[in-house]
Design a protein around this ligand. Structure first.
Ligand code: C5P
Length: 240
């Protein structure tokens, strides 16, 4: 795999659109630059599994960001249902606890099942928000606690979603093999929008991120293919 293929494996474009028609029109404008597309709740609830099939037929890898959080039996069933779509990555919430994480990991052992990622602390939550839900630890402490829980409960089969602020800590504490997926990425000079903790593509990769999630800097660009290519080039330069 050359460095541009490797960069394509490390970038997921967040398709935060309200309909399949708008998402597909945007995807055409990527002009073959990107391989991975992230579908979150907004688009999945509107367009569902048929859109996943359509995009897979066009050669994309699909990252379903559904952030599952329910009792173990229900989450395991959801993992089995998502397996039918052919998505390659699926998120659950680490806060669902050890039994839920374990049940999801067991369901993801089936042939063709997605690789699972556990969301640690949402990037929209700060220390005060954590106190409001009864957590007195700092965000970094809580992210590390949940990261360790996920590794134990999933027998090291699950990756993690974290902010750029915790990626170096997790990489140091949890080792080189855990997959760390980082949203909140902004190229230098790009609008931050509602994100709180942001990093450039190069700094997130240098800190130890395995994959970056980028939405608006690409979806809202006048030339999405050029914006994506510039981020891919930055990833390739930062990859050692
Ligand atoms: O447009 P932007 O680059 O901010 O999009 C980031 C994407 O990553 C959004 O789809 C958002 O839902 C997702 N995400 C996030 N923070 C998390 C988990 C997912 O921003 N902790």
């Amino acid at each position: 795999m050359d460095s541009s293929d490797l960069a394509q494996q490390r970038l997921a474009v967040a398709l935060d659109f309200p309909s399949a028609a708008l998402a597909l029109a945007f995807v055409d404008r990527l002009d073959g630059t990107c391989r991975w597309l992230k579908i979150g709740m907004e688009l999945y609830y509107a367009a569902g599994a048929p859109l996943v099939h359509t995009l897979r037929e066009r050669g994309f890898e699909i990252f379903l960001d559904l952030k599952l959080h329910d009792i173990p039996n229900t989450v395991a069933g959801a993992v089995r249902s998502v397996t039918e779509t052919g998505a390659s990555l699926l998120t659950i919430h680490a806060g669902g606890g050890a039994a839920m994480i374990h049940a999801a990991a067991e369901a993801a052992k089936a042939p063709g099942a997605p690789h699972l990622l556990a969301v640690t602390v949402l990037t929209s939550m700060d220390a005060a928000e954590l106190v409001g839900v009864g957590v007195s630890a700092t965000p970094a402490e809580q992210v590390l606690r949940l990261g360790r829980l996920v590794q134990t409960a999933s027998a090291d089969t699950m990756g993690l979603v974290c902010s750029s602020e915790e990626v170096a800590l997790l990489r140091t504490q949890l080792g080189p093999s855990v997959r760390l997926v980082v949203p909140g990425i902004r190229p230098a000079g790009a609008a931050v929008g509602d994100q709180r903790r942001v990093a450039t593509p190069a700094s997130a990769i240098a800190a130890g991120a395995s994959m970056l999630v980028v939405g608006r800097p690409i979806t809202q660009a006048a030339d999405p293919a050029a914006a994506a290519q510039s981020i891919l080039d930055e990833i390739a330069r930062a990859t050692v």
